[in-house]
Structures are given as C-alpha cells and as structure tokens.
Design a protein around this ligand. Sequence first.
Ligand SMILES: [Zn+2]
Ligand SMILES: [Zn+2]
Length: 340
Amino acid sequence: MKGTVLYGPRDVRYVERDDPKIVDPTDVIIRMSATCVCGSDLWPYRGVDLPGQPTLMGHEYCGIVEEVSRGVKKVKKGQFVVGSFFASDNTCEICNAGYQSRCTHAEYVGAGGAQSPYLRIPLADGTLVATPELPSNDMLPGLLATSDVLGTGWFGADAAAVAPGKTVAVVGDGAVGLCGVIAAKYIGAERIIIMSRHEARQKLAREFGATDIVTERGDEGVARIKELTKGLGAHSTIEAVGSQESMLQAIRSTRPGGHVGFVGVSHGVELPGQELFYSEVHLHGGPAPVRRYLPELIDLVLRGAIDPGKVFDLTLPLEQVAEGYRAMDERRAIKTLLTV
Ligand SMILES: [Zn+2]
Ligand SMILES: [Zn+2]
C-alpha cells in the first residue's frame, strides 16, 4: 500500500510502504476511515527534532477492524474503533490511575504511521474503544477528533482543574487549544479567555464558548488577562503550544493557588525556579491520557452534545497529504482531515 513518509524538512510524500502486519497476539489491523495531520506533526516537518531516516507519519485514527490476532478478546472484526496515539493495556496500576499514556506497556501507535489506509494497533483490547454501531460519515470528523486533539484539550482542562464558575485562560489557538475551549465550556467554566491573533480561529473559539479574546502576547498578554480578572489571573490555564514563551505566559496568567494544565509538546522549555516558587501555581500536564476520556467523549460526539469536528477546516484525499501539511504549516488551515 501507499502511506505518508517524511524524508526531511518540509518533504513529506505519499509513497509505497510496507503493509502493516500482526506482530503480537494482542494486535489488530484497522482499515482507516479517516485520519489527519496533527499540530505536533509540524515539529518534525519543520525540521525540529527531525527523525534521522524516512519516517512513517500520523498518529490520529479511527476505522474498521480488519484483522484480529489470536489473543484479542474484546475487539471484534468489523467494529468501528477509535484509539489514542499511545497503546495501553488499560490494566496496570498506572492505567488504573488514569494515566494510560504512560502505561507500563505503552507503545507509540504512530510508529505504524496512521496517515495510511491501514494501521497496526498494539494492545488492542486496552487501546481501542468501539462505537455501539457503525457511525455515519458525517460523524467521522468528530470521532476522529476524540483520538487526540479533543482528548488532549480535555486533559488540559482537567489538569488545569477547570470547574463550574471558574475563569479559564487558553494559551494556543490551534486545534488542541480550541478543544480546550470546548472542554471548559462543557465543564461549566464561567469565563473562557483565549489568546489568539487569527480571525478564523477567534471565530471558532467564540462558537465553542470563548467569552474573551486576547490578541496581545508576552508581558502585554499577561497584563491583559490580569486586567480581565481583577488583577489576579485565571483560576485555570490551559497551555497548548509547548514553547518557552507559551509556558511562561500560562504560568504568569494564572493566579496564586491556580492550576496550569500543560499539553503542548514541550520544546526547549526551561522554567526559572525562583519565579516558579513564588508563582504558587499547580503545574500538571504531559502526553494526554486520551484513553481515560475516550468512552465519554465518543458518547458526547455521538449524542451531538459537542462538535469538535469543526476544528477540521480542510479536507483532502490522503494522496494529497503534502498539501495538508503545507496548509497547516502556513496557517492557512487549523487542521487537515484526510479521507481514505
Ligand atoms: Zn496529534
Ligand atoms: Zn497500563
């Protein structure tokens, strides 16, 4: 089959690759219904932590179970399933505590390259969640969003201790930040402030429930958030970028005793100890344990309670994946959905 391979900075191609095969007794192979490009795919695409050899790309997926290995008990051939970018047994102590992304047996599903028509899923019984019925095509964007960006935004909100009546700040207007707005709204935050300079993203953020937009950055951005919160800062801040600037922005925008949920993949972040000490904020984050939230999020999407599929503002056939990367790199698209 063909699949998406990154060869070097801004050189991604849809080329012939090996078919995925069952390796372990706990594996399944799925036929992709839809996949997409992630903001985190742009790090290697732009040459930051570029992998050394040609690398299979993609880690967000949903599809139909095509082949089931002999040790798989719950997942059945023909089911429609969604899973996270980390495979997890969902039975170890870490999984039981809700941190499936750091399962003692965690495996990176993206190693198999999800921007392809077929994908191997390790630890299928622990990793995958099946829908009660086969979903219609119009449900695919929302369900695909649960695989990463929605689950990650949800964890960001959870880690930031978002609760009814609270003021939430969101740093980052990419798909994860926007999904953080969805989560904050659903959980019942009273005020949701998103930092964004991009008109289309501001509009979508408002649609998702943002009450205020802050266009300033750095110290001015922090000052603006303080202004909006009686000089105190937000109760809860979701950090969805992963840079030094965004992390400091998040910490400085949060009031003492408040919480920062950081879910942007960290790149070159170094926190000044003394500032951290006196900030008196809670910091919690990391690769989102999306599996923890999947059953609830899939249900919310199927019931139409939330519509995270709107983060996909560009849809292309999988063969045109390179244009999907370009559009996101140039910020012409928030997130590219790839049809198979
Ligand atoms: Zn992703
Ligand atoms: Zn585990």
